[in-house]
Design a protein around this ligand. Structure first.
Ligand code: ADP
Ligand code: SF4
Length: 687
């Protein structure tokens, strides 16, 4: 198919100083969870984006010196010449597809703990940041930089820029955002210096200006030197000749960098989930830049709609469509637009599982794209998959995320697939959960797959087909895949911290009851020891329906796990906004005569009774594995029916997040002939 001419503008080349990007699709620097320790994994994860049409592909934050050490988080580094080789691997992989390769040179300043290198963190004026945030703070305060430190910092940037050039990078960033290094010098509340690097705005900008100029002198003939700048905090500080100090800084440095990459100073804002932000939500933070500079501007905004991308360019907001998450969910997004296949885009759902993987210190994974992180070690490609035997028939039972992904990928492999679903609607849990407040985008998990399946003549879908084990045997197939999901349980936590007994009572419900429309009485108590989104989403739903709602949880925060996907603060704010009461660090131990008994998780803590019209236990899920167990109980029975293998995938095997179900469905489809035990390549440090 041909590209829609409406989108031609997205495919115009754009000059960035001495280099030229082939189009406007720009994978901005984003952490990948690989660091330098996994160079092959990293190269393959970046390469696939270049292959998919992203014109510029960047590394994540890349430390220039041991005084910028983010251990245990997996950051990259260019500390000395020995670090060059691992980057060259990625650069070559990206260049193979005609894209530019960029590196984000980073000094963390006081924003790092230096846990591994044990160097005192450097800062403009010794102000300890994060001191209200125990999860991030270090026990050692940063030290103030003297003039020798400043000279050295500039020198480290230049040395790292030279190494980046020798690795083959085309674009070299100076990172001046998110509280790091040179950015701290810009902020009057962190920069209290009285020398030529503090005080007036011209002085506070000096370090960044000198660093950019020094980098340009060193490598600017062949490499573009870009700046990454956080605008939001300084947009709130009134300027002298412009509306804000953010404007002033851009005006002062306007033509020095070859590219402006503008973003929030707060990672939870930059990566706000779809539950709490819309596409293009960063516009107020970056739209002021273009009128102040002739250099190209890039910004992010979870862009998945090509029409919105065109609007960003045509209305003079951005020159490049920056993306981290949309490029993770669909590395081939640009190619699909280029080939007139927009309806095949696997749109990011904004769930931030990718963010949580980085916090976990593992290669980024994605709910929508099960191949993310598996490109090198398993050899998975997001668009290509080895052909299977078209004569072989596979029956998939259950059309939730696991069954849908399995059926889609099996169909792509060419098998003859039958997908049977008990309900009249496909999608399983994502169909139900996408009706919760803020989760509408989650339906994209279903829609991408049902759209693909509809185009496949070799995949038949049967709705309202609740299959028994006998049905499976009678239908006949070579392989049976069971993807029958999981159900929430009424079990509550015992004192040893795992679910024990179900709470009995007419007014005890599970999330399944609420999702399926059960009407409950106020006050509603949501007992949440799942710690992810479900408890707070149900609270919001029921509160908006007019109920009095309280969340009780043994954790010390509502939806405590969502610290990992950057949602926790937003969730707490939403609870406050809606007047949802929160009772932390409590166990629900009994329900008698409409009264709920709560016990502190601490020895010697208080016990209390509270009024409860309905209790929604949001804790454990148990697998719906009866069909799987029946079919695997007697191998002779299935063998006699001609079934070579039976596979359980997704929640019916091990209840988890949607990302697990999609991955399990994909893995099963790739390995159906020989089981899911293909060798995986592990990266090893070479000594
Ligand atoms: P997962 O996340 O593992 O994909 P879901 O709970 O989202 O699990 O989806 C499971 C799907 O399986 C649901 O749509 C459910 O209706 C369907 N299902 C469960 N049991 C059967 C069965 N015996 N026959 C057909 N469909 C079933
Ligand atoms: Fe988007 Fe979720 Fe994938 Fe991250 S994990 S890229 S937010 S779909």
């Amino acid at each position: 198919m041909n590209r829609n001419p409406r989108y031609d503008i997205l495919f115009e080349p754009v000059r960035i100083g001495p280099v030229e990007a082939p189009n406007r699709f720009y994978q901005t620097p984003h952490a990948l969870g690989t660091g330098n320790a996994m160079p092959h994994t990293r190269a393959a994860m970046r390469e696939v984006r270049a292959e998919g049409g992203w014109g510029v592909v960047n590394t994540g934050y890349c430390s220039i010196h041991p005084s910028s050490d983010d251990t245990p988080l997996p950051y990259c580094r260019l500390w000395d010449d020995k670090d060059v080789k691992v980057h060259a691997l990625m650069v070559d992989a990206v260049h193979k597809h005609g894209a530019l390769a960029g590196v984000e040179l980073w000094h963390g300043g006081s924003g790092v703990g230096n846990h591994m290198t044990r160097e005192a963190p450097l800062s403009a004026s010794g102000v300890a940041r994060h001191s209200t945030y125990p999860g991030w703070m270090s026990l050692q305060n940063p030290r103030s930089m003297d003039s020798k430190d400043i000279r050295e910092l500039r020198h480290w940037y230049v040395e790292a820029a030279r190494r980046a050039q020798s690795a083959g990078f085309d674009v070299v960033y100076i990172y001046a955002g998110m509280g790091y290094g040179p950015y701290e010098f810009l902020l009057p509340w962190l920069n209290k210096r009285t020398d030529e690097y503090g005080g007036s705005l011209e002085n506070r900008v000096r370090l960044l200006r000198e660093t950019l100029e020094a980098a340009k002198d060193a490598i600017g003939r062949t490499c573009a030197v870009a700046v990454r700048f956080s605008s939001d905090e300084l947009l709130e500080v009134p300027g002298r000749d412009h509306p804000s100090q953010a404007h002033e800084i851009v005006a002062l440095l306007a033509e020095i960098p070859d590219l402006w990459d503008v973003k929030s100073s707060d990672w939870t804002v930059e990566t706000a989930s779809a539950r709490f932000s819309e596409q293009a939500a960063q516009e107020p933070l970056n739209s002021f830049v273009k009128p102040l500079t002739s250099k190209p501007v890039v910004g992010v905004g979870r862009f998945t709609s090509p029409d919105e991308m065109v609007r960003q360019v045509r209305s003079g907001i951005l020159d490049f469509i920056g993306a981290a998450r949309p490029s993770i969910a669909d590395p081939f997004l640009p190619k699909k637009i280029d080939e007139g296949r927009e309806d095949e885009i696997r749109e990011c759902i904004g769930c931030n599982i990718c963010v949580s993987a980085y916090h976990d210190g593992v290669p980024v994974r994605c709910t929508q794209n099960p191949t993310m992180g598996e490109e090198w070690r398993r050899g998975w490609h997001p668009e290509r998959i080895p052909a299977g035997d078209p004569a072989k028939r596979v029956l998939v039972v259950g059309a939730g995320p696991a069954g849908l992904e399995c059926a889609r990928a099996l169909g792509q492999r060419g098998f003859k697939v039958t997908l049977a679903e008990a309900r009249d609607e496909l999608g399983g849990r994502v169909t139900l959960e996408s009706a919760l407040p803020g989760l509408a985008t989650w339906a994209r998990v279903r829609d991408y797959r049902t759209h693909a399946i509809q185009t496949m003549a070799n995949v038949d879908v049967y709705r309202e087909s609740m299959l028994t084990a006998q049905d499976v045997l009678d239908l006949g197939c070579d392989h049976a895949v069971i993807a029958t999901g999981a159900s929430w349980s009424r079990k509550v936590l015992g004192t040893r911290g795992f679910p024990t007994d179900e709470l009995e009572g007419d007014a005890v419900y599970t999330p399944d009851d609420i999702l399926n429309g059960t009407v409950v009485d106020s006050p509603v108590v949501i007992y949440d020891f799942d710690h992810y989104y479900m408890g707070s989403c149900l609270a919001e739903l029921l509160r908006r329906q007019g109920h009095e709602v309280v969340i009780v949880t043994p954790a010390n925060a509502v939806s405590a796990w969502t610290f990992m996907n950057n949602e926790r603060t937003y969730i707490r704010e939403r609870m406050i906004e809606l007047g949802i009461e929160v009772e932390l660090e409590c166990l629900v131990t009994d329900l008698v005569n409409g009264g709920l008994q709560l016990t502190s998780i601490y020895r010697g803590g208080d016990a209390a009774t509270r009024e409860c019209g309905s209790l929604v236990v949001t804790g454990a899920r148990h697998p719906n594995d009866q069909l799987l167990r029946e079919l695997t109980a007697d191998v002779n029975r299935t063998t006699n029916a001609g079934i070579v293998s039976v596979h359980g995938i997704g929640d019916c095997r091990a209840p988890g997040a949607i990302v697990h179900a999609v991955h399990a469905g994909h893995e099963c489809a790739r390995t159906i002939e020989d089981g899911a035990h293909r060798p995986v390549a592990w990266e090893r440090a070479s000594i």
